[in-house]
Every structure is written in C-alpha cells, then in structure tokens.
Design a protein around this ligand. Structure first.
Ligand code: 0L1
Ligand code: MG
Length: 263
C-alpha cells in the first residue's frame, strides 16, 4: 500500500535535510506508527531517485541486519538492503572529514564485485559466486539519520539502511580461492583491537546474504548489474570513531582495509 504522495515526499525531504545538515531527526514511526516495511522500501526508492536527480549514481547494494545478533536485537527475522551511491565510495588513502557525519560507526564487511547482470527470485549462493569476479575487504561507515541511532525496521529501511560511506581495500581475490564462510576479521581503532568477527556471522555465508538481496530485489523486477559492488553485511559489531582516529579491518586471506578520520 502506497502512502499518500505528500507524506512520502515529506519523509524523503526530512531524511535528506538531516543528512545535508548533519543533524539527527526523530524516527519516522513516531509520527507514522503504522508505516510498513514495504512502504519504507518505497520511500527508500524515492530518496535514491531524488539523489539521482542531483547527479548521483547507483554503484551497488548493501545489506544490513545480516547477523543473528543484530536481528535479535531488533526483534526481526529478516535482513534489509539499501543502495550504494558513487559519492559514498571513499578512497583508502584520503582521510574522511568527521564534519560530514552525524554519529558515525564503522563495520568490516566482505565486498562482492559483480561481473554479470543477475536477477531472479530463486537465486542461490552458488549463482552469486558464479557472477562474482572478485571478493574484496571493505569497511562500511553507517550514520543513521535518527536520534541516538534508534529506529524500527521500517525507519531504517526508509533511511537507506543507515548508509553513509564505504572503503574497499586493494586486495581482490577470486571467490574460488577462498572459503568465504570462514574469514576472520580484527577491527582495530588506533592500533588496538576493539572487536573481532567471522564471515559466518553474515547469514551463515556472505554469498547467501547476497542471494537474499537479489531475490528480494527480484520481487520488484530489479537485480544486480555488471560492475555493481555489494557489501554483504557486517562481520562484527559496528564501532564509533572520532576525529583523528584510524580504523583498520584486518581480514584473514583478504589483507586489510583502513581509513583515517580528520577533524
Ligand atoms: O549496514 C548495516 O548493517 C546497517 C543496517 C542498519 C542497522 C544499523 O544502522 O545499525
Ligand atoms: Mg553494513
């Protein structure tokens, strides 16, 4: 069920303004408690279309809530997806200004670099691996537009799943050369390990998570395209950082990826 036109547009503007002005806003469901996840995906699509009108380009997809721990924390049983845009990709060598964020957190992820269009509703993890040219280490920076990072499932979907920036490391490996289910990662801040994780946390196998996203996109006639980047979901908890901090994600077999945050 589509929300009344004006309401959708008002929510899109509210989220865009929060992002542009770097300030938190009250979650949407405080005002519209009956907002469904389906309606939230429609709002997310409108938000992305608005950014496209401003000249930005979709470069891939990201998954969220892929770990049992995060799903249990939110009382849900499903992952979520959002879009990656070209202005979110940050090169590893360029310090990221803290002033561009509200209350950012960083999380390690496994990135899939897609080599062939893929669309459907019964796509499997093997199908995903068959169209993946490379696997790469990545860090996603999430930055919810909502007060205190607190939201319901519908809120976070509408907010493009808290997407903000992402960094892809320079070691790209063919998926056949890896056991993707068992990639361990250390996440450190200023040389101190803050948290650890393993790729099995991502729906049991990151390719299963990507297949889920493709099947979900397939329900509305969409899919992944050659050249897309997919962030398959957080391997560990997300950690907060401040100006001056350096975050490094050190992956087994995939090398490391890092960024520094400047004031
Ligand atoms: O990428 C993510 O896992 C974020 C999904 C949304 C939940 C959150 O912002 O923590
Ligand atoms: Mg993420």
């Amino acid at each position: 069920m589509t929300l009344i036109q004006g309401t959708e547009q008002e929510i899109v503007e509210c989220l865009l303004t929060a992002e542009k002005e770097k300030r938190e806003v009250e979650k949407i469901t405080t005002r519209y408690p009956s907002l469904t996840v389906e309606q939230a995906y429609e709002i997310q699509e409108k938000l992305i279309e608005r950014k496209e009108k401003e000249g930005l380009r979709r470069v891939g997809v990201k998954l969220g809530l892929t770990s049992k721990a995060k799903q249990e924390m939110m009382g849900v049983h499903e992952a979520i997806y959002g879009y990656l845009l070209d202005d979110m990709l940050s090169p590893e060598w360029e310090p990221i200004p803290f002033g561009g964020f509200i209350h950012p957190k960083a999380e390690p992820e496994i990135a899939f670099l897609i080599d062939e269009d893929i669309q459907g509703t019964s796509v499997t993890a093997d199908d995903i691996l068959a169209v993946t040219k490379y696997i790469a280490p990545a860090i996603e920076i999430i930055d919810s537009r909502y007060l205190d990072f607190k939201f319901t499932l519908a809120d976070v979907v509408a907010d493009n799943c808290s997407s903000s920036k992402f960094i892809v490391g320079n070691k790209w490996v063919s998926p056949e050369a890896l056991d993707l289910k068992e990639i361990g990662v250390y996440l450190s801040k200023n040389s101190e390990v803050v948290t650890v994780g393993t790729s099995a946390a991502v729906l049991g196998h990151p390719a299963t998570a990507v297949a889920w996203a493709v099947n979900k996109l397939g329900e509305t006639g969409r899919g992944l395209k050659k050249g897309d980047i997919v962030l398959s979901g957080a391997i560990s908890e997300a950690i907060s950082f401040q100006p001056g901090d350096t975050i490094v994600a050190q992956f087994a077999e995939l090398g490391s990826v890092s960024f520094s945050c400047k004031p």
